[in-house]
Design a binder for this molecule. Structure first.
Ligand code: PLP
Length: 436
């Protein structure tokens, strides 16, 4: 093979060269097929090669692909913002477009701090986040991330944001059991606020279902209701990081809707444009926008490609497609079917400790033995074996040895059929048999 100058995740690893994709399948240059069992990085949520999206790309490119947001607005950007204000719950009416999930969470953090500044409060500039979390790779987003593996090289540059436990019932941080635990993981937030002083805290950020750092960790019932009450009682904004969970991935438009809790700010990415173009957004409530509209009238953030008409048109087409095919309901149904099949499969393997998730965001956590739940590092080998058998799955771990388990995410496109789910599970089983 010719020498490569592309910096890849692992420099000396050999990656297959992709040729094309259709539906839930990807094909490499050797015509080997792969079921995209993770939608790439939980992104390609409507599958590959969708003609409607390709048409939208071409139509917009034939008009204009780029204008700068301080010089022009555009119909696609305006329509996308309106559509998102209708699709998201409550008064989440305002969209700030960016290009990646990291930019979306970092913008959310900045808007939260600005919200207090616009009211003359300059001390509230810390964010509380959870251990076992991932909010992105840029320095602000990484500061909020409880992901040891991704932080460690840059610790001198980062804020100490992660400070409360994750609602991780399978390995309860307090060694308690739900419901007798009285949701100590939620009340810990209030204790932490008291310790740090609420006058110093702008917001609390959380992934409604923990993705890349934990393997689809779903909190216990009542957790988010209590979190929201604590935030309100202490004048702290609640930011839902829905970069992975948003746009139907878990069976609702936003995952936080499973608990009927209203965030003040939401970060979206990944599924927003389903991989067809870089696109992400920070969605802001009327309540948070009000002092900014009354005050400086400028959100101090933005990128060259923010709100570009090309990405906006693609994202609009993706949302229309999801609506037309009712993919959120379908993902919910297929998710239940897949979860059930994977839970049954788990009985056959001693090293599968937990299968969990919602909709088509499902995690499998590996252990030495089911009873003792001792974590085992198996994700890399499972991913490798699955790839050999034509299945893509996604790694998930916060990189904290002995504290979080090693897990994989299974998150196929929402368009997956029952037969394709069956094939996915067959290929996964072939891989797991070789791991045993
Ligand atoms: N937030 C969450 C919950 C994520 O899962 C990710 C990426 O995996 C990000 C933020 C960062 O998004 P990006 O990789 O697009 O910057």
């Amino acid at each position: 093979m010719e020498r490569s100058y592309l910096i890849k995740p692992i420099l000396d690893a050999v990656y297959p060269t992709i040729d094309y994709g259709k539906g839930v399948y990807l094909y490499d240059k050797n015509q080997k097929d792969y079921i995209d069992g993770s939608s790439g990085a939980v992104t390609a949520s409507i599958g590959h090669g969708v003609p409607e999206i390709i048409k939208a790309i071409n139509d917009q490119a034939n008009k204009v692909s780029f204008v700068y947001r301080s010089q022009f607005t555009s119909e696609p950007a305006e329509r996308l913002a309106k559509k998102l204000s209708e699709l998201t719950p409550g008064d989440l009416h305002w969209s700030f477009f960016v290009n990646s999930g990291s930019e979306a969470t970092e913008t959310a953090m900045k808007i939260a701090i600005q919200y207090w500044q616009e009211q003359g409060i300059f001390t509230k500039n810390k964010i509380i986040s959870r251990f076992i979390s991932y909010h992105g790779i840029t320095l602000g987003a990484l500061s909020m991330s409880g992901h040891v593996g991704r932080r460690e090289r840059f610790i001198p540059l980062l804020e100490e944001f992660p400070s409360v436990s994750a609602p991780y019932c399978y390995r309860c941080p307090f060694k308690l059991t739900y419901p007798s635990c009285d949701l100590l993981c939620a009340s810990e937030l209030e204790k932490t606020i008291q310790r740090m002083g609420k006058q110093t805290i702008a917001a609390f950020i959380a992934e409604p279902i923990i993705g890349a750092a934990g393997g689809a960790i779903v909190p216990p019932e009542g957790y988010y209701q209590e979190i929201k009450e604590i935030c309100e009682r202490n004048d702290i904004l609640f930011i839902a990081d829905e970069v992975m969970t948003g746009i139907g991935r878990t069976g609702k438009m936003l995952a936080i809707e499973h608990w009927n809790v209203q965030p003040d700010i939401v970060a979206l990415g990944k599924g927003m444009s389903a991989g067809y173009t870089p696109m992400a957004a920070t969605i802001v409530s009327d309540r948070v926008m009000e002092p900014i509209l009354q005050g400086s009238k400028v959100i101090m953030s933005g990128h060259t490609y923010s709100a570009n008409p090309q990405s906006a048109a693609v994202s609009l087409a993706v949302l229309d497609y999801i609506e037309k095919l009712q993919l959120i309901d379908r993902g919910h149904m297929m998710g239940n079917y897949l979860l059930h099949k994977l839970a049954t499969l788990a009985n056959e393997f001693s090293f599968i400790g937990d299968v969990r998730g919602k909709g088509l965001l499902i995690g499998i956590e590996f252990v030495y033995d089911k009873e003792k739940k001792i974590p085992i590092k198996l994700a890399t080998v499972v991913i490798q074996k699955a790839m050999e058998h034509g299945l893509l799955v996604y790694p998930s771990s916060a990189g904290e040895e002995g504290i979080t388990g090693d897990a994989i995410l299974i998150s196929p496109p929402l368009v997956i059929t029952k037969e394709e789910v069956d094939e996915l599970v067959t290929r996964l089983k072939r891989a797991l048999v070789e791991v045993e």
